[in-house]
Design a binder for this molecule. Structure first.
Ligand SMILES: Nc1ncnc2c1ncn2[C@@H]1O[C@H](COP(=O)(O)OP(=O)(O)OP(=O)(O)O)[C@@H](O)[C@H]1O
Ligand SMILES: [Mg+2]
Length: 506
């Protein structure tokens, strides 16, 4: 089981950390693990909740044998302070009460006075919500989700062993996949997912992997901060970018155990900077498909939406979920928008920079296979910390497509519309469209289809040429911004293309 958590609690208590905050949805599992620590240290465990007051943990729900069971938050803190016992006190959902001035104050006093005792207070709840004044007194401990071994244990010793009303038909490979599919679920969720998989057809077999995976998609959805993106577009729908494609191709196998043994570090991720409509988002999506990994999208603006939870908590949640699903591609679109509030006085008491600081640390220190693909179409607002070497693996600059690349892009979009590119004069169309983005080329093809459909005939090269001609590309209306970005990227970013766009030569 996750004894890593028990070991951490054990060490903290021995080192006289008097106030711990365990953030978890898995109260039951956390309580059991804390119980094992208490046994080891030969201390009793008491629990408190607003509904039951204080009770001993081993006789669940039996109120404490005291004349007045302290039910109110202040009373229980007083009781802990005066109690003679060397004990561990688990206070459930206490984060709901410490906003009260007297409760907060009392807790602060208690944390000091406990230093000389051998009593420990463990606050437990599903959300992280720590008032600033308590930050220094309370140590946060995460209960990690069950790991591979814990889920294996659940599946082998609890589910499969109890097989009476169902049959088990799993080869070792299928079993391994089933366990992996359940990583990222809590113990109870995993148990429920396995149960669902069995009830469905009375057997537990290879087909059940999908049922377990579905359960996981549900969890991601409920988290509110990440989005699970089903993608079907392959990297062949992206025109050009040969250098980037080769770079990615080389890293496809770099997530496995073999790569670690060989001495390769875990790939961290890339930042795609560049001109609007040139395929940054498109490429980000297709990486997951070509590596056969799931794609999660992190919407930074949701992190800062307080109704989902506090920003800090949302960020932690996003990082934890992503890690629990690894190997995974984590796509952060338009990352500069999140950072733009950081410079100057954003008036949020430093929340933005705190949250982003913890994100940047995570990017640098994470050891799990979470490959970040961040995109940005503005340099302004991007913090230097993000651009520093070693933070991400590489920063790429996505420029307007060159002549050769435009040929590819036009062909891709014709093919998408079930037309045969060879029956069009692609060379001429590509020449006509110097300075056009991939998105603008796509629009020209679509507008041409509208024209020909309206006139009840098949689309021709002329239709596309006409539509290219009437479009004023962004590269004209936003010339200065694009030039500035190109300048900036010269010695900071790598070009995605071996034939970079050059307006003068074209
Ligand atoms: N290189 C390309 N190959 C094929 N299609 C492309 C390419 N670039 C852009 N497109 C088309 O344009 C659409 C929009 O591009 P995308 O959203 O990926 O651009 P972006 O670089 O993310 O732009 P923004 O900076 O505005 O977010 C794509 O969905 C695709 O259909
Ligand atoms: Mg985009």
């Amino acid at each position: 089981m996750s004894h890593q958590f028990a070991t951490e609690i054990d060490e903290l208590i021995r080192a006289r950390y008097t106030m711990l905050y365990v953030v978890t949805w898995e109260e039951h599992r956390a309580r059991k693990l804390i119980g094992s620590v208490a046994d080891k240290q030969q201390k009793p465990v008491y629990q408190w909740s607003i509904t039951n007051g204080l009770y001993t943990a081993n006789i669940d729900n039996a109120p404490m044998s005291v004349d007045s069971n302290p039910r109110q938050p202040l009373e229980v803190l007083q009781k802990i302070q005066t109690d003679e016992n060397e004990a561990i006190y688990i206070l459930h959902d206490f984060y709901r009460f410490w906003e009260e001035p007297d409760v907060g104050r009392k807790l602060l006093d208690l944390s000091r006075s406990l230093k000389s005792s051998r009593k420990t207070v463990i606050i437990m709840g599903p959300v992280l919500n720590l008032p600033e004044e308590l930050e220094k007194s309370v140590t946060i401990v995460d209960l990690p989700l069950p790991d591979y071994n814990a889920i294996d244990h659940l599946l082998t010793n609890k589910i499969i062993k109890s097989a009476r009303n169902f049959t088990v038909n799993l080869n070792p490979e299928e079993k391994d996949k089933l366990i992996k599919a359940a990583i990222g679920l809590t113990y109870d969720e995993a148990e429920n997912a396995f149960a669902r998989a069995i009830i469905d057809d009375g057997t537990l077999n290879g087909d059940d992997i999908n049922i377990v995976l579905e359960e996981k998609v549900q969890i991601i959805r409920k988290s509110g901060v990440l989005e699970y993106c089903p993608v079907d577009e392959s990297i062949s729908t992206v025109g050009g970018m040969d250098i980037l494609k080769e770079w990615l191709n080389k890293r496809e196998r770099a997530f496995g155990e073999n790569a670690r043994r060989y001495g390769l570090p875990q790939p961290r991720g890339i930042l795609l900077m560049g001109v609007q409509g040139c395929g940054k988002s498109l490429l980000a999506k297709t990486i997951a498909t070509s590596w056969s990994l799931p794609l999660l999208r992190l919407d930074m603006s949701r992190i800062f939406q307080e109704y989902i939870g506090s920003s800090e908590q949302n960020m932690r949640k996003a990082m934890k979920i992503a890690e629990s699903i690894a190997p995974v591609v984590l796509w952060i679109d338009e990352i500069e928008k999140a950072f733009s509030g950081m410079t100057g006085n954003s008036g949020d008491g430093g929340t933005t920079s705190r949250v982003l600081g913890s994100f940047l640390t995570w990017v640098q220190e994470k050891t799990s296979a979470v490959f970040i693909v961040a995109t940005a179409n503005q340099v302004q607002g991007l913090p230097p910390e993000l651009l520093r070497k070693g933070r991400l693996d590489e920063i790429f600059f996505v420029d307007l497509p060159s002549l050769e690349e435009r040929k590819e892009i036009i062909a891709i979009h014709l093919r998408k519309k079930k037309r045969i590119p060879e029956s069009f004069d692609i060379d001429t169309l590509a020449k006509l469209s110097a300075g056009y983005s991939g998105a603008e080329l796509e629009q020209a093809v679509i507008a041409a289809l509208h024209d020909s459909f309206f006139e009840d005939r098949e689309i021709t090269s002329d239709d596309i040429a006409r539509n290219i001609d009437v479009t004023v590309p962004l590269s004209e209306t936003m010339r200065e911004q694009i030039d500035a970005m190109r300048d900036w990227s010269k010695d900071r970013a790598r070009s995605v293309s071996s034939t970079p766009f050059n307006l003068i030569e074209e």
